[in-house]
Ligand binder design. Sequence first.
Ligand code: KG4
Ligand code: ZN
Length: 331
Amino acid sequence: MKILGIETSCDETAAAVVADGERIRSSVVSSQTDIHHPYGGVVPELASRKHLEMIVPVVAEALERSGLEPADIDGVAVTQGPGLVGALLVGFSFAKAWASARKLPWVGVDHLEGHIHSVFLEPDPPPFPFVALLASGGHTSLYHVEGHDRMIHMGGTRDDAAGEAFDKVAKMLGLGYPGGAIIGKTALEGDPDRIRFPRARLPGFDFSFSGLKTAVNRHLRDHPDRWAEEIPDIAAGFQEAVVDVLTEKLLAAASEKSCDRLALVGGVAANARLRESVGRAAAEIGVAVHIPAISLCGDNAAMIAAAGFHRLSAGQRSSLAADVYSRAPIR
Ligand code: KG4
Ligand code: ZN
C-alpha cells in the first residue's frame, strides 16, 4: 500500500511516498528557515503563505522522485494537528482535495504520532511495547507505546519544550534561529563542565526547562563583560544539562515499565550529544535504543505517511467535514 504523506504543521512544507508504512520511496522537505531567520522565530502568517506557494511543487517532486504516478497511490495521510492552524490548513485542505478528486481514502494524522512512527522507517523497528521520548520544538513527552494507535502519555514538560529551550538560549547568545543545531555545533568547541547549570528533576516523568533558561539568562546578566568570550562553554554547559535530564528520565521510564526497548524521536533527537548519551546509558543496562536517522528526526512527511498507513489499514477514514487542531490531544 503506497501512501502519500503531507506535513505543513510548522515551518516545513513536506511530502513523501512510503510503501507499507516502512519503505520510503521519496521524502521531500522544503524548509522555511531563511524566511523566519530575521525574526528569531516562526512568523505564522509568513509560514502559511510559504506553504501555499510550496505545497504543489513539493508534492509534485515527491511523486516524481518516487517513480510513481498519482494513479499508483493508494491513500493519503496528512498532519491534522497540533501546530499552527493557518499552516496546518494548507496541507490539510490540499490533501482533502487531492484525495477526494481521485476518490482515494485519506486520513488526518497526529503530528506526535507521526514523530513516534519515524522509528518504523528504519531497518529493525522496535516491537511493541516500547518507551519513547519525543523531544521537539513544541513537545517533550514520554510515552509507553503499546501499538500503532496506543500511545500512553507518561509525563511531559510543564513549561518549555526541550527544543524551545535550545531555540531561546541560542537567541540569548545571539546565535540565530533555529537554535538547536547551532547550539549543538557551538557546544563542540566548549567545555560542558566549566559552567554548571541546574537540572530540574521533577517528580515522575515530568520535565521543566524554564528554570534552566532563566539560569542561562542570569549568567549572561551577571557576566556582561565576559560571556561573549565563553559562548561555546555556555552552549556546552546548557546542552549538557538538557541531555542529562532527558537521558535520566528516558532510562527511568524504561525501568518503570520494565521495558527493554527505547525510542528517541523529534527534532532534538538530532542532537549528537543526546544520541551519544542515550546510546551509552542504554547499552550499560542492556536496553536497545532506536533513534531514527537525522533526516527523520526533524519534521518530515514520511513519518506522517507511516502513521497514516496503520490508520488506513485499520479502516480509519477522515471526513470532508474534519478540521485541524492546534493543541495536542494525546499529550
Ligand atoms: O520536530 P521538530 O522539527 O519540530 C517540532 O515538531 O517542533 O523539532 C524542532 C526543534 C527545534 O526547537 C530545534 O531547535 C530542535 O528541534 N533541534 C535541535 C537540533 N536540531 C533541531 N535541538 C538540539 N540539537 C539539535 N541538533
Ligand atoms: Zn515535529
